[in-house]
Design a protein around this ligand. Structure first.
Ligand SMILES: N[C@@H](CCC(=O)N[C@@H](CS)C(=O)NCC(=O)O)C(=O)O
Length: 201
């Protein structure tokens, strides 16, 4: 049995590996699951920025939510949570994962920080409009990709959808997907899954 420790805090990007572990049916040790996790010395030893999520899988440390999700999914090939390593579908998984993280989340995150997450005295609202426009450029492309399919890789649920829907859900909280009907329906499909760890409030 694989030994898995996950450093997590439910509302954060640790929801991605948390959800993946539940879909995989793998038991794991949850470390933190509250703001105190950021003070955990073992987390600080693993993640160079002391962020969550981070994991230790059979003694091997790993950070970055998308990397952790892929590592977990590869432990249970029978669950088909990710395309086989080396297959073209695996590259499509990487394509959409990188797209969502670099063309969407990278623009969304500064706005979440500067509108909500940072204490008011540390907020810098100077690029909000530009960030929103850049995010929506990526969101429009993802919306278009989901016009005729329900899921991003081979039209089957996979960790790619766990990674992407976390970002889309963050955008929902700012009203940034109000104009994207396919993204809204995509989120509904994710919310309907038994193990979905996304914040549905
Ligand atoms: N690209 C990273 C982002 C990790 C990240 O920014 N985590 C946030 C929570 S969502 C965090 O730990 N923030 C604490 C900090 O900035 O010190 C991933 O996807 O794992």
């Amino acid at each position: 049995m694989t030994n898995i420790k996950l450093f997590e805090y439910a509302p954060t990007r640790s929801a991605r590996p948390n959800w993946t572990l539940l879909e995989a049916g793998l038991p794991y040790e949850s470390i933190g699951n509250g703001p105190a996790v950021f003070g955990n010395q073992e987390l600080r030893n693993i993640h160079p920025l002391g962020k969550v999520p981070a994991a230790i899988i059979d003694g091997k440390p790993l950070f970055e939510s998308a990397a952790i999700c892929a590592a977990i999914a590869d432990l249970v090939p029978e669950k088909q949570l990710i395309a086989k390593p080396g297959s073209w579908s695996r590259y499509i998984h990487e394509q959409w994962s990188f797209f969502v993280l670099t063309e969407m989340e990278a623009w969304l995150w500064p706005n979440l920080l500067n509108l909500f997450l940072l204490p008011e005295e540390r907020r810098n609202p100077s690029n909000l409009e530009q960030n929103e426009a850049m995010f929506k450029r990526g969101a429009a492309a993802l919306d278009n990709a989901l016009a005729d399919v329900d899921y991003l890789v081979d039209n089957k649920f996979s960790v790619t959808d766990i990674i992407a829907s976390y970002t889309v859900n963050g955008a929902r909280s700012l009203g940034y997907i109000d104009e994207f009907a396919n993204l809204q329906r995509y989120l509904e499909r994710m919310f309907a899954r038994e193990h979905c760890s996304l914040d549905q409030s």
